[in-house]
Design a protein around this ligand. Structure first.
Ligand SMILES: *Cc1c(COP(=O)(O)O)cnc(C)c1O
Length: 369
């Protein structure tokens, strides 16, 4: 289906120009730090190889969640190192990592033992994850020195990068951020890895853009920024704004006059308080439009923002276009994109941009332009 003819105009347009623009901004904000382009989960729903292609000259390495994603990138011909953020699930992955220059994160004892037991492989780069307070993956701060020393003395290991992850990166000021930063610096101090550290992600990069010209660590891991969304709650004013790389589009396929007092859609969750004109749009939760989007979620059509009314169906949504009589059959709505930020839509659905972008389903063709 993905390569075939599509009669339904519903689609996700992916702008490689926007991806490049955002990667360039990441490059500028990062200063001397290196950039890890995070392209896991099919490039946050944008198409992993297309994203890799667009940003390859702006990033120093790619990052994915697990090895299968890394193999896809390597098979597509990209030569960059690829960091595997969850590390290996089994020791069988390590020879493949060594062969392809995949750099696994090591975050628990079994993964460490597996590296030590390896025989006759090319030495590989590894990343050591420190749990500074997120409590999801990583070694306790007090364990890191021993782990580092062990890896440093292991002939299978070519390089070591210390890393950690913020639990509240999107908040410009949060006590745990400070605490995590202090714990990370402490872990790195004892391991002397002054040249190989990685702490910041998109949010930290964007929120520190003004007040922190140089960065604490040497590798910045940027995902969402490259796709054109700013996750920071009080966003930094950038000289050049980010450009959303995905434009999700669907056509108006029906128009209805609904008398005041009638309801629209499943469960009658919206009642017309005046005689209303309702447009039906060909996108629903089976396409990845969030089923929990509430009445009033903005939809952009022909330069106007109109409110979602009624429950999101599997294949359709309904919007109130009473105030805009020029909207007609076949007009194309933007569900999110350059005119309507995905974060705004996400807020109306009780979620975040990452969730919406990664959940656009396979039946929506990605049109790369
Ligand atoms: C996904 C991921 C990132 C990317 O974060 P963004 O907020 O998209 O920049 C960074 N680090 C880790 C460990 C991740 O899992």
């Amino acid at each position: 289906m993905a390569n075939g003819v599509h009669f339904r105009p519903t689609r996700a347009e992916i702008s490689s120009q926007a991806l490049r623009h955002n990667a360039r901004i990441a490059r500028q904000l990062a200063g001397d730090a290196k950039i890890l382009g995070v392209i896991k989960a099919d490039g946050y729903g944008h198409g992993m190889c297309a994203v890799a292609e667009a940003i390859s000259s702006y990033v120093d390495a790619f990052a994915v969640a697990f090895i299968d994603e890394a193999i896809t990138i390597r098979n597509a011909g990209f030569q960059h190192p690829i960091v595997i953020l969850e590390g290996c699930f089994s020791s069988a992955e390590l020879p493949i990592c060594a062969h392809h220059n995949f750099q696994p994160v090591i975050h628990h004892q079994q993964q460490l033992d597996d590296i030590l037991m390896l025989r006759s492989v090319r030495p590989l780069g590894v990343w050591v994850k420190v749990d500074t307070g997120m409590h999801r993956l990583g070694w306790h701060v007090d364990e890191t020195q021993a782990v580092y020393e062990t890896l440093k003395n292991c002939p299978n290991v070519a390089s070591i990068t210390m890393m950690s992850h913020f639990a509240n990166a999107e908040k410009a000021v949060h006590p745990l951020n400070t605490l995590q930063q202090e714990r990370f610096l402490k872990a790195c101090a004892v391991t002397e890895t002054t040249l190989h550290t990685s702490l910041e992600t998109s949010a930290a990069l964007l929120s520190s853009a003004l007040d922190m010209p140089h960065h604490a660590s040497h590798w910045i891991r940027t995902g969402i920024l490259i796709y054109g969304d700013n996750p920071v709650e009080l966003p930094t004013e950038l000289e050049q704004p980010l450009q959303p790389a995905m434009r999700l589009i669907a056509p108006v396929i029906a128009l209805h006059q609904v008398p005041a007092g009638d309801t629209v859609g499943y469960g009658g969750t919206w009642t017309a308080n005046r005689d209303s004109r309702i447009a039906t749009i060909a996108i629903g939760y089976a396409d990845g439009y969030p089923r929990h989007a509430k009445n009033g979620t903005p939809v952009w059509i022909n330069g106007h923002e109109v409110p979602l009314v009624g429950t999101v169906s599997m294949d359709m949504i309904t919007v109130d276009i009473t105030d805009f009589p020029t909207i007609g059959l076949g007009d194309e709505a933007e569900l999110w994109g350059p005119h309507l930020s995905v974060t705004r839509v996400a807020k109306h659905a009780g979620t975040i941009s990452y969730d919406l972008l990664t959940n656009v389903t396979a039946r929506v063709p990605r049109i790369h332009c």
